[in-house]
Design a protein around this ligand. Structure first.
Ligand code: ZN
Length: 142
């Protein structure tokens, strides 16, 4: 396990899809709500020791003690590639996937079936897995 395997993220509001995928890949990731100002986002990220992910150049320029990573592209695949290569994040299948809806941990309830301990959403091996494999393939082409 490297240092970056434990990174936590705080995604700005337009990065919902990226945030959900980070959770699936096992990274603790929160999404900012609409009401938060840029300053609020930076303060919350600092308190919770999260890296801020944003598409907002002004937020990137603000003075803070928080690591802010600017995503240059609107395109989800470019975003996830940029992010994973920049921080050298793991691209193997995570043993500790988090709930893509609420960021809680998943509990195994039976073979190939998991339940979110936060919202109760169930996950099983199916089409979801195929999408994860697709993303992994793309990340592994980096
Ligand atoms: Zn959940």
């Amino acid at each position: 396990m490297t240092e970056n395997d434990r990174l936590k993220f705080f995604c700005d509001v337009v990065l919902g899809k990226l945030c959900r995928w980070l959770r699936i890949m096992g990274y603790d990731s929160k999404i900012a709500s609409d009401e938060l100002s840029d300053r609020d986002i930076l303060e919350e990220a600092k308190r919770e020791n999260r890296v801020v992910l944003t598409r907002d150049k002004d937020l990137k320029k603000m003075k803070s003690f928080v690591d802010v990573f600017l995503l240059g592209s609107k395109d989800f695949e470019s975003q996830i590639k940029d992010l994973f290569s920049h921080f050298s994040l793991n691209t193997y299948f995570p043993s500790d996937s988090r709930c893509s809806h609420c960021n809680s941990e998943l509990k195994k309830i039976e073979k190939n079936r998991w339940e979110c301990i936060g919202c109760g959403h169930e996950y099983w091996k199916g089409s979801h897995w195929k999408r994860i494999k697709d993303i992994q393939r793309k990340l592994n082409d980096l």
